[in-house]
Design a protein around this ligand. Structure first.
Ligand SMILES: Nc1ncnc2c1ncn2[C@@H]1O[C@H](COP(=O)(O)OP(=O)(O)OP(=O)(O)O)[C@@H](O)[C@H]1O
Ligand SMILES: [Mg+2]
Length: 226
């Protein structure tokens, strides 16, 4: 079975896709067969740049000779929360369907060298997917996996990480690693946040990605894929 990395965030636009693509490229360079998937995505309209396509291009995909199997289960046109985009599309998001899609894709790389699947969730860790279900439940359904929590290296992140980690701890499943990305214009807090997260005891010291640092990506890949 391929090993799994689940990429979750403190919110939307925090750097999940950016870091996922960088990580997929690095994993491939390190000799893994790394497949990037986004089973649930909103804002998917004809001609739009999708995260699913970016992940497929960065990792092992159709460009590498694999034939696509199955179809992406939840490609929702409205650029809003997946739960509302699904409601408007007349669709109910079901975790077993998303899980089956991931397993189906994993079967494509199962026979390849050191297979790894990376799954990006849509929005924040507690963004709703429907009544009573959120990305946290999706990530749980994808366990056993390494959960990477992505947040922006900008003002407000100490609160957002505190709140996200408190909620995760109360539900009994903490992310395995945290990464801060340059997803926003730099502000006065940029560059201080990783250290403050550790110093204040908010969480483990985050990995910091101001750019696509090959050594740092390789170290993160090693921490996530054991
Ligand atoms: N470390 C970084 N360095 C430079 N730019 C970055 C970095 N991380 C993120 N960005 C930029 O920030 C923006 C938002 O990032 P991204 O699309 O990866 O967020 P996301 O969390 O995947 O969003 P969504 O919730 O829509 O999936 C993008 O323009 C991306 O290129
Ligand atoms: Mg994204």
């Amino acid at each position: 079975m391929p090993r799994r990395i689940v990429v979750v965030g403190t919110g939307t636009g925090v750097g999940k896709t950016w870091l996922s693509c960088a990580l997929l490229r690095r994993l491939q360079t390190l000799g893994h067969t790394a497949l990037g998937l986004k089973p649930i995505e909103s804002g998917v309209t004809p001609g739009a740049d999708t995260d699913a396509a970016a992940l497929a291009a960065a990792g092992f995909g159709t460009g590498h000779g694999a034939s696509p199997v199955g179809t992406l289960p939840y490609r929702l046109p409205d650029p809003i929360s997946p739960h509302l985009a699904a409601l408007r599309a007349g669709v109910t998001i079901e975790l077993p369907v998303a899980l089956r899609y991931v397993q189906e894709q994993e079967s494509v790389i199962a026979g390849h060298a050191s297979p790894v699947t990376l799954i990006e969730s849509a929005g924040g860790l507690f963004s709703p997917l429907g009544p009573g279900i959120s990305n946290f439940d999706l990530a749980r359904a994808l366990d056993p996996a390494a959960w990477l929590l992505v947040a922006p290296d900008s003002l407000g992140v100490l609160h957002d990480l505190t709140a996200t980690l408190l909620a995760a701890r109360s539900l009994g499943r903490m992310p395995d690693a945290i990464a801060l990305c340059r997803a926003r214009p730099a502000d006065a807090s940029t560059g201080t946040n990783a250290e403050e997260v550790a110093r204040l005891g908010i969480g483990p010291r985050p990995w910091l990605f101001a750019n696509e640092d090959a050594a740092e990506l390789a170290a993160l890949a090693g921490a996530l894929v054991r």
